[in-house]
Design a binder for this molecule. Structure first.
Ligand code: SF4
Ligand code: SF4
Ligand code: FES
Length: 231
């Protein structure tokens, strides 16, 4: 049976359009001990601070829109269990629109520029194309990426070096493996800063979809050495 708990949340507040400096506002929230961070944020919005800006859509870990930092660690707010004391901040390194809402337009522009869907060299035959079942399973798994940017936020190389980040490496690898994709993804990965990754695996540890962008980088590096693109 769930118990009632009270948690303390310090939420970063800032509206850059109004100027002023960011500050932290302290709230206490009472609820069931299985509360997620998003439940705490929603409660604050509904009961204590109706002007708090935050975002979410699915509440089941599928849309990727609710990502925030909790005590410095990027997480999906709808999946992360709340802690007794939490500092809740918008996802770095993205520009803040207001409070916990960040501007993802640069991410979307980059996804579009990299053409992260299969680039066919000839028209679709109009009928299902045969595919190796093991490869199909692998592609389906890679397709689980939510584009939540948790991995990009956690990546120390993104913070220090010219590197688009792990989410892009994962998606480029997904396309590199896709039999319908004829684009050369390795040069794109290199241009996006792949060699700046120093293999710390933090992206993999934090990915809420249980994916490994770090492995995607390792696979590209193997391709560089052994020259093997498609499986
Ligand atoms: S690889 Fe994982 S952490 Fe990174 S964007 Fe995709 S789902 Fe999010
Ligand atoms: S393994 Fe590479 S891409 Fe992943 S967090 Fe570390 S430096 Fe970033
Ligand atoms: S609300 Fe969709 S992933 Fe959290």
């Amino acid at each position: 049976m769930s118990e009632q708990i009270t948690v303390v949340a310090e939420v970063r507040r800032h509206d850059p359009s109004q100027g002023g400096e960011p500050h932290y506002q302290r709230f206490e929230v009472t609820g069931v001990d299985s509360m997620r961070v998003l439940d705490v944020i929603r409660s604050i919005y509904e009961q204590q601070a109706g002007d708090l800006a935050y975002q979410f859509a699915c509440r089941v870990g599928r849309c990727g829109t609710c990502a925030v930092k909790v005590n410095g660690v990027p997480v999906l707010a709808c999946q992360e269990r709340c802690k007794p004391e939490m500092r809740i901040e918008p996802l770095t390194p993205f520009p803040v629109l207001r409070d916990l809402v960040v501007d993802r337009s640069e991410v979307e522009t980059r996804y579009a520029a990299l053409k992260l869907s299969p680039q066919r060299s000839c028209a679709h035959p109009g009928a299902p194309e045969p595919i190796d079942p093991a490869l199909a399973e692998k592609l389906c798994h890679l397709d689980l990426c939510l584009a939540c940017m948790v991995c990009v936020s956690a990546c120390p190389a993104v913070a220090e070096r010219p590197f688009d980040g792990p989410a892009f490496m994962l998606k480029l690898r997904h396309m590199a493996l896709h039999p319908a994709d004829s684009a050369d993804r390795l040069p794109q990965a290199l241009e996006a800063g792949m060699l700046e990754c120093f293999n710390c695996d933090l992206c993999t540890q934090l990915c809420p979809a249980d994916l490994s962008p770090a492995q995607a980088v390792r696979d590209f590096r193997r391709q560089m050495i052994f020259g093997k693109g498609k499986p």
